[in-house]
Design a binder for this molecule. Structure first.
Ligand SMILES: *Cc1c(COP(=O)(O)O)cnc(C)c1O
Length: 371
Protein backbone atom coordinates (compact mmCIF):
# COMPACT_ATOMS: atom_id res chain seq x y z
CA UNK A 1 0.00 0.00 0.00
CA UNK A 2 1.24 3.46 -0.91
CA UNK A 3 2.19 5.71 1.98
CA UNK A 4 1.69 8.96 0.14
CA UNK A 5 -1.82 10.34 0.09
CA UNK A 6 -3.46 13.50 -1.19
CA UNK A 7 -4.60 16.02 1.43
CA UNK A 8 -7.83 15.05 3.16
CA UNK A 9 -11.01 15.60 1.20
CA UNK A 10 -14.20 15.09 3.18
CA UNK A 11 -17.91 15.39 2.45
CA UNK A 12 -20.00 17.93 4.32
CA UNK A 13 -22.54 15.88 6.22
CA UNK A 14 -25.74 16.94 7.87
CA UNK A 15 -25.04 15.57 11.35
CA UNK A 16 -28.34 14.52 12.87
CA UNK A 17 -27.43 11.43 14.80
CA UNK A 18 -26.59 11.25 18.52
CA UNK A 19 -23.45 13.37 17.97
CA UNK A 20 -21.19 14.72 16.72
CA UNK A 21 -23.47 17.58 15.81
CA UNK A 22 -22.96 20.29 13.16
CA UNK A 23 -20.03 22.52 14.11
CA UNK A 24 -20.41 26.27 13.72
CA UNK A 25 -17.93 27.80 11.24
CA UNK A 26 -16.44 30.11 13.88
CA UNK A 27 -15.69 27.08 16.07
CA UNK A 28 -13.74 25.48 13.22
CA UNK A 29 -11.90 28.79 12.75
CA UNK A 30 -11.01 28.85 16.45
CA UNK A 31 -9.53 25.34 16.12
CA UNK A 32 -7.24 26.61 13.37
CA UNK A 33 -5.72 29.45 15.43
CA UNK A 34 -1.99 29.23 16.23
CA UNK A 35 -1.10 26.63 18.81
CA UNK A 36 0.59 28.16 21.85
CA UNK A 37 2.13 26.48 24.88
CA UNK A 38 -0.07 24.89 27.51
CA UNK A 39 1.82 26.92 30.19
CA UNK A 40 1.69 30.20 28.26
CA UNK A 41 -0.02 32.95 30.29
CA UNK A 42 -2.22 33.61 27.26
CA UNK A 43 -3.41 30.00 27.37
CA UNK A 44 -4.06 30.35 31.13
CA UNK A 45 -6.33 33.23 30.20
CA UNK A 46 -8.15 31.00 27.69
CA UNK A 47 -8.58 28.35 30.41
CA UNK A 48 -9.93 30.90 32.89
CA UNK A 49 -12.47 32.12 30.36
CA UNK A 50 -13.45 28.56 29.40
CA UNK A 51 -14.00 27.80 33.08
CA UNK A 52 -16.08 30.94 33.66
CA UNK A 53 -18.26 30.12 30.65
CA UNK A 54 -18.66 26.47 31.68
CA UNK A 55 -19.76 27.64 35.14
CA UNK A 56 -22.40 29.83 33.49
CA UNK A 57 -23.74 26.97 31.35
CA UNK A 58 -23.66 24.49 34.26
CA UNK A 59 -25.37 27.20 36.35
CA UNK A 60 -22.87 26.69 39.14
CA UNK A 61 -20.40 28.55 41.29
CA UNK A 62 -18.20 25.45 41.62
CA UNK A 63 -14.54 26.44 41.58
CA UNK A 64 -13.62 22.93 40.38
CA UNK A 65 -15.01 23.28 36.86
CA UNK A 66 -12.70 22.22 34.05
CA UNK A 67 -12.45 20.70 30.60
CA UNK A 68 -11.26 17.12 31.06
CA UNK A 69 -9.05 15.86 28.21
CA UNK A 70 -10.97 13.23 26.27
CA UNK A 71 -14.58 12.79 25.26
CA UNK A 72 -17.63 12.55 27.53
CA UNK A 73 -16.64 9.04 28.61
CA UNK A 74 -13.37 10.42 30.02
CA UNK A 75 -15.42 12.89 32.06
CA UNK A 76 -17.56 10.02 33.39
CA UNK A 77 -14.46 8.06 34.28
CA UNK A 78 -12.84 11.07 35.95
CA UNK A 79 -15.83 11.41 38.27
CA UNK A 80 -16.19 7.71 39.04
CA UNK A 81 -12.45 7.16 39.57
CA UNK A 82 -12.17 10.14 41.90
CA UNK A 83 -15.45 9.89 43.81
CA UNK A 84 -15.66 6.13 44.35
CA UNK A 85 -13.31 4.41 46.77
CA UNK A 86 -13.10 0.63 47.07
CA UNK A 87 -16.07 -0.59 49.07
CA UNK A 88 -18.22 2.52 48.60
CA UNK A 89 -21.89 1.76 48.02
CA UNK A 90 -23.18 3.19 44.73
CA UNK A 91 -26.72 3.36 43.41
CA UNK A 92 -26.91 3.79 39.64
CA UNK A 93 -30.07 4.35 37.61
CA UNK A 94 -30.02 2.21 34.49
CA UNK A 95 -32.67 2.87 31.85
CA UNK A 96 -30.40 2.89 28.82
CA UNK A 97 -26.87 2.38 27.58
CA UNK A 98 -25.23 5.26 29.41
CA UNK A 99 -26.60 4.37 32.85
CA UNK A 100 -25.17 0.90 32.27
CA UNK A 101 -21.78 2.39 31.53
CA UNK A 102 -21.87 4.42 34.75
CA UNK A 103 -22.54 1.23 36.70
CA UNK A 104 -19.60 -0.43 34.94
CA UNK A 105 -17.29 2.49 35.72
CA UNK A 106 -18.35 2.67 39.38
CA UNK A 107 -17.69 -1.08 39.67
CA UNK A 108 -14.26 -0.78 38.08
CA UNK A 109 -13.42 1.98 40.57
CA UNK A 110 -14.09 -0.54 43.34
CA UNK A 111 -17.63 0.52 44.22
CA UNK A 112 -20.20 -1.92 45.55
CA UNK A 113 -22.79 -1.22 42.89
CA UNK A 114 -26.51 -1.60 43.07
CA UNK A 115 -28.49 -0.67 39.97
CA UNK A 116 -32.06 0.47 39.75
CA UNK A 117 -33.39 -0.71 36.41
CA UNK A 118 -36.27 0.57 34.31
CA UNK A 119 -37.62 -0.21 30.86
CA UNK A 120 -35.72 1.60 28.15
CA UNK A 121 -37.65 4.63 26.93
CA UNK A 122 -39.03 5.53 30.37
CA UNK A 123 -37.86 8.09 32.93
CA UNK A 124 -37.48 7.25 36.62
CA UNK A 125 -40.17 8.53 38.95
CA UNK A 126 -38.18 10.72 41.36
CA UNK A 127 -40.21 9.39 44.29
CA UNK A 128 -39.18 5.84 43.42
CA UNK A 129 -35.52 6.87 43.26
CA UNK A 130 -35.84 8.76 46.54
CA UNK A 131 -37.44 5.75 48.25
CA UNK A 132 -34.55 3.58 47.09
CA UNK A 133 -32.02 6.17 48.30
CA UNK A 134 -33.70 6.29 51.74
CA UNK A 135 -33.66 2.52 51.92
CA UNK A 136 -30.06 1.93 50.87
CA UNK A 137 -28.34 5.21 51.88
CA UNK A 138 -25.66 4.93 49.19
CA UNK A 139 -22.46 6.96 49.28
CA UNK A 140 -22.90 7.85 45.62
CA UNK A 141 -25.95 8.07 43.39
CA UNK A 142 -25.49 8.50 39.64
CA UNK A 143 -28.27 9.12 37.14
CA UNK A 144 -28.27 10.11 33.47
CA UNK A 145 -30.09 13.38 32.80
CA UNK A 146 -30.52 12.93 29.03
CA UNK A 147 -30.35 9.26 27.96
CA UNK A 148 -29.17 9.51 24.37
CA UNK A 149 -29.82 5.84 23.77
CA UNK A 150 -33.54 6.22 24.48
CA UNK A 151 -34.39 9.90 23.98
CA UNK A 152 -35.50 10.38 27.60
CA UNK A 153 -35.11 13.45 29.83
CA UNK A 154 -34.87 12.54 33.50
CA UNK A 155 -36.43 14.89 36.10
CA UNK A 156 -33.63 15.70 38.56
CA UNK A 157 -34.59 18.62 40.76
CA UNK A 158 -35.48 16.64 43.93
CA UNK A 159 -32.69 14.08 44.01
CA UNK A 160 -29.94 16.21 45.59
CA UNK A 161 -31.77 16.75 48.85
CA UNK A 162 -32.52 13.04 49.25
CA UNK A 163 -28.94 12.02 48.55
CA UNK A 164 -27.44 14.64 50.87
CA UNK A 165 -29.69 13.66 53.77
CA UNK A 166 -27.56 10.55 54.18
CA UNK A 167 -24.24 12.21 53.38
CA UNK A 168 -24.05 10.87 49.83
CA UNK A 169 -22.97 12.50 46.57
CA UNK A 170 -25.14 12.98 43.49
CA UNK A 171 -23.54 12.53 40.07
CA UNK A 172 -25.19 13.52 36.81
CA UNK A 173 -24.45 12.62 33.19
CA UNK A 174 -25.52 15.72 31.27
CA UNK A 175 -23.56 14.95 28.12
CA UNK A 176 -26.54 15.47 25.83
CA UNK A 177 -28.59 18.00 27.81
CA UNK A 178 -25.74 20.51 28.47
CA UNK A 179 -26.37 23.67 26.42
CA UNK A 180 -29.59 22.21 24.95
CA UNK A 181 -31.94 21.96 27.94
CA UNK A 182 -31.86 23.39 31.49
CA UNK A 183 -29.07 21.90 33.62
CA UNK A 184 -29.11 23.42 37.12
CA UNK A 185 -26.12 22.07 39.00
CA UNK A 186 -26.42 24.29 42.08
CA UNK A 187 -30.21 24.59 42.26
CA UNK A 188 -30.68 20.82 41.97
CA UNK A 189 -27.89 20.00 44.43
CA UNK A 190 -25.83 18.01 41.92
CA UNK A 191 -22.36 17.33 43.35
CA UNK A 192 -20.61 16.33 40.17
CA UNK A 193 -21.53 16.38 36.50
CA UNK A 194 -19.88 15.76 33.16
CA UNK A 195 -20.69 16.58 29.56
CA UNK A 196 -19.02 16.38 26.16
CA UNK A 197 -18.25 18.87 23.44
CA UNK A 198 -19.87 17.22 20.42
CA UNK A 199 -23.55 17.24 21.42
CA UNK A 200 -25.47 20.46 22.05
CA UNK A 201 -22.28 22.51 22.33
CA UNK A 202 -21.71 21.91 18.62
CA UNK A 203 -17.97 21.57 18.97
CA UNK A 204 -15.88 18.66 17.66
CA UNK A 205 -15.44 15.74 20.08
CA UNK A 206 -12.42 15.84 22.36
CA UNK A 207 -13.13 17.52 25.70
CA UNK A 208 -15.46 16.84 28.60
CA UNK A 209 -16.75 19.79 30.65
CA UNK A 210 -16.75 18.63 34.27
CA UNK A 211 -17.85 20.31 37.50
CA UNK A 212 -17.57 19.25 41.15
CA UNK A 213 -19.02 20.82 44.29
CA UNK A 214 -16.99 21.53 47.42
CA UNK A 215 -18.68 18.54 49.01
CA UNK A 216 -17.46 16.34 46.15
CA UNK A 217 -13.94 17.81 46.34
CA UNK A 218 -13.90 17.16 50.08
CA UNK A 219 -14.37 13.48 49.26
CA UNK A 220 -11.61 13.60 46.62
CA UNK A 221 -9.17 15.37 48.94
CA UNK A 222 -9.82 13.02 51.87
CA UNK A 223 -9.56 9.66 50.15
CA UNK A 224 -7.81 6.90 52.05
CA UNK A 225 -6.57 5.44 48.77
CA UNK A 226 -4.98 7.01 45.72
CA UNK A 227 -7.12 7.49 42.63
CA UNK A 228 -6.45 4.53 40.35
CA UNK A 229 -6.07 6.65 37.23
CA UNK A 230 -3.06 8.96 37.25
CA UNK A 231 -4.23 10.80 34.12
CA UNK A 232 -7.66 11.63 35.53
CA UNK A 233 -6.65 12.26 39.16
CA UNK A 234 -8.41 15.49 40.11
CA UNK A 235 -5.89 16.37 42.81
CA UNK A 236 -3.35 16.63 39.96
CA UNK A 237 -5.48 17.88 37.03
CA UNK A 238 -7.26 20.29 39.35
CA UNK A 239 -3.96 21.95 40.26
CA UNK A 240 -3.31 22.69 36.63
CA UNK A 241 -6.76 24.22 36.06
CA UNK A 242 -6.72 26.25 39.25
CA UNK A 243 -4.38 26.40 42.21
CA UNK A 244 -0.66 26.01 41.55
CA UNK A 245 -1.01 25.69 37.74
CA UNK A 246 1.56 22.91 37.86
CA UNK A 247 2.10 20.96 34.64
CA UNK A 248 0.31 17.64 34.72
CA UNK A 249 -0.35 16.64 31.11
CA UNK A 250 -0.32 18.77 27.98
CA UNK A 251 -3.76 20.31 27.58
CA UNK A 252 -5.32 19.82 24.12
CA UNK A 253 -4.67 23.49 23.38
CA UNK A 254 -6.62 24.00 20.16
CA UNK A 255 -9.58 21.96 21.39
CA UNK A 256 -9.81 24.43 24.25
CA UNK A 257 -9.95 27.25 21.70
CA UNK A 258 -12.84 25.47 19.99
CA UNK A 259 -14.63 24.95 23.30
CA UNK A 260 -14.06 28.62 24.13
CA UNK A 261 -15.78 29.70 20.92
CA UNK A 262 -18.59 27.14 21.28
CA UNK A 263 -19.34 28.33 24.83
CA UNK A 264 -19.09 31.94 23.72
CA UNK A 265 -21.75 31.29 21.08
CA UNK A 266 -24.00 29.57 23.63
CA UNK A 267 -23.86 32.53 26.02
CA UNK A 268 -24.14 35.10 23.25
CA UNK A 269 -27.36 33.40 22.11
CA UNK A 270 -28.58 33.12 25.71
CA UNK A 271 -29.37 29.88 27.52
CA UNK A 272 -33.15 30.34 27.55
CA UNK A 273 -33.18 31.26 23.87
CA UNK A 274 -31.05 28.27 23.02
CA UNK A 275 -33.30 25.87 24.99
CA UNK A 276 -36.34 27.37 23.27
CA UNK A 277 -34.70 26.91 19.86
CA UNK A 278 -34.05 23.22 20.61
CA UNK A 279 -37.66 22.79 21.73
CA UNK A 280 -39.04 24.55 18.64
CA UNK A 281 -36.95 22.42 16.26
CA UNK A 282 -38.09 19.30 18.13
CA UNK A 283 -41.76 20.26 17.85
CA UNK A 284 -41.36 20.94 14.14
CA UNK A 285 -39.62 17.62 13.53
CA UNK A 286 -42.13 15.75 15.69
CA UNK A 287 -45.08 17.19 13.76
CA UNK A 288 -43.45 16.28 10.44
CA UNK A 289 -42.61 12.76 11.58
CA UNK A 290 -46.07 12.07 13.02
CA UNK A 291 -47.63 13.35 9.79
CA UNK A 292 -45.52 10.80 7.91
CA UNK A 293 -46.67 7.94 10.15
CA UNK A 294 -43.54 7.66 12.30
CA UNK A 295 -44.09 6.54 15.89
CA UNK A 296 -42.08 7.90 18.80
CA UNK A 297 -40.62 5.16 20.98
CA UNK A 298 -39.86 7.14 24.15
CA UNK A 299 -42.26 8.30 26.84
CA UNK A 300 -43.91 11.42 25.36
CA UNK A 301 -44.01 13.04 28.81
CA UNK A 302 -40.21 12.91 29.04
CA UNK A 303 -38.99 13.22 25.45
CA UNK A 304 -35.65 14.87 24.81
CA UNK A 305 -35.86 17.82 22.44
CA UNK A 306 -32.37 17.18 21.06
CA UNK A 307 -32.68 13.45 20.44
CA UNK A 308 -35.77 11.90 18.89
CA UNK A 309 -36.24 8.16 19.28
CA UNK A 310 -38.59 6.75 16.64
CA UNK A 311 -39.46 3.19 15.64
CA UNK A 312 -38.12 2.15 12.25
CA UNK A 313 -41.15 2.33 9.88
CA UNK A 314 -42.55 -1.06 8.90
CA UNK A 315 -42.10 -0.17 5.23
CA UNK A 316 -38.31 -0.24 5.72
CA UNK A 317 -37.03 -3.80 5.40
CA UNK A 318 -33.37 -3.08 5.97
CA UNK A 319 -32.89 -0.18 8.35
CA UNK A 320 -29.09 -0.16 8.10
CA UNK A 321 -29.30 0.06 4.30
CA UNK A 322 -31.82 2.89 4.57
CA UNK A 323 -29.49 4.86 6.86
CA UNK A 324 -26.64 4.21 4.47
CA UNK A 325 -28.74 5.55 1.61
CA UNK A 326 -29.52 8.70 3.60
CA UNK A 327 -25.80 9.15 4.21
CA UNK A 328 -24.54 8.57 0.69
CA UNK A 329 -27.41 10.14 -1.28
CA UNK A 330 -28.51 12.93 1.07
CA UNK A 331 -25.34 13.44 3.12
CA UNK A 332 -27.60 12.96 6.14
CA UNK A 333 -26.42 11.06 9.18
CA UNK A 334 -29.03 9.79 11.62
CA UNK A 335 -28.37 7.29 14.39
CA UNK A 336 -29.37 3.66 14.60
CA UNK A 337 -30.63 2.11 17.81
CA UNK A 338 -28.14 1.34 20.57
CA UNK A 339 -28.03 -1.78 22.69
CA UNK A 340 -31.46 -3.33 23.13
CA UNK A 341 -32.92 -0.94 20.55
CA UNK A 342 -30.47 -1.81 17.74
CA UNK A 343 -32.32 -2.55 14.50
CA UNK A 344 -35.62 -1.37 15.98
CA UNK A 345 -35.25 2.37 16.38
CA UNK A 346 -33.69 5.40 14.79
CA UNK A 347 -32.29 8.30 16.73
CA UNK A 348 -32.63 11.68 15.08
CA UNK A 349 -30.57 14.38 16.72
CA UNK A 350 -31.29 18.11 16.70
CA UNK A 351 -28.30 19.32 18.61
CA UNK A 352 -26.75 22.75 18.94
CA UNK A 353 -26.16 24.38 15.60
CA UNK A 354 -28.33 21.68 13.97
CA UNK A 355 -31.49 22.55 15.92
CA UNK A 356 -32.87 24.80 13.20
CA UNK A 357 -35.90 24.90 10.99
CA UNK A 358 -33.91 24.47 7.77
CA UNK A 359 -32.22 21.37 9.17
CA UNK A 360 -35.59 19.88 10.11
CA UNK A 361 -36.77 20.54 6.55
CA UNK A 362 -33.71 18.78 5.11
CA UNK A 363 -34.23 15.77 7.39
CA UNK A 364 -37.90 15.39 6.39
CA UNK A 365 -37.08 15.79 2.68
CA UNK A 366 -34.38 13.13 2.94
CA UNK A 367 -36.71 10.73 4.78
CA UNK A 368 -39.34 11.28 2.05
CA UNK A 369 -36.79 10.18 -0.54
CA UNK A 370 -36.63 6.73 1.10
CA UNK A 371 -40.05 6.09 -0.44
C1 LIG B 1 -22.40 10.66 24.00
C2 LIG B 1 -22.73 10.30 25.42
C3 LIG B 1 -21.76 9.82 26.32
C4 LIG B 1 -20.38 9.47 25.93
O1 LIG B 1 -19.67 10.45 25.36
P1 LIG B 1 -18.45 10.16 24.37
O2 LIG B 1 -18.17 11.55 23.94
O3 LIG B 1 -18.95 9.28 23.27
O4 LIG B 1 -17.36 9.56 25.14
C5 LIG B 1 -22.14 9.61 27.62
N1 LIG B 1 -23.39 9.80 28.03
C6 LIG B 1 -24.35 10.23 27.21
C7 LIG B 1 -25.73 10.43 27.71
C8 LIG B 1 -24.05 10.48 25.87
O5 LIG B 1 -24.99 10.91 25.03
Amino acid sequence: MSTTFPPLALPTRLLHGPGPSPVAPSVLEALAKPCIGHMDPEFMRVMNEVRAMMQAVFRTENEMTLACSGTGSAGAEMLMDNLVEPGDTCLIGVNGVFGGRLAEKAGRAGGVVETMELDWGLAFDQDALIAKIEETKPKLVAVVHAETSTGVLQPFDRLGEAVHKHGGLLVMDCVTSFAGAPVEIDAWGVDAAYSGTQKCLSCPPGLAPVTLSERAMHKVNNRATKVNSWYLDLTLVGNYWSGSRAYHHTAPVNMNYALHEALRLVLEEGLEERFARHEAAHQQLKAGLLQRGFKFASDPEHSLPMLNLVSVPESIFNEAAARKQLLTENNLEIGGGLGALAGKCWRIGLMGHGARSENVGAILTALDSLG
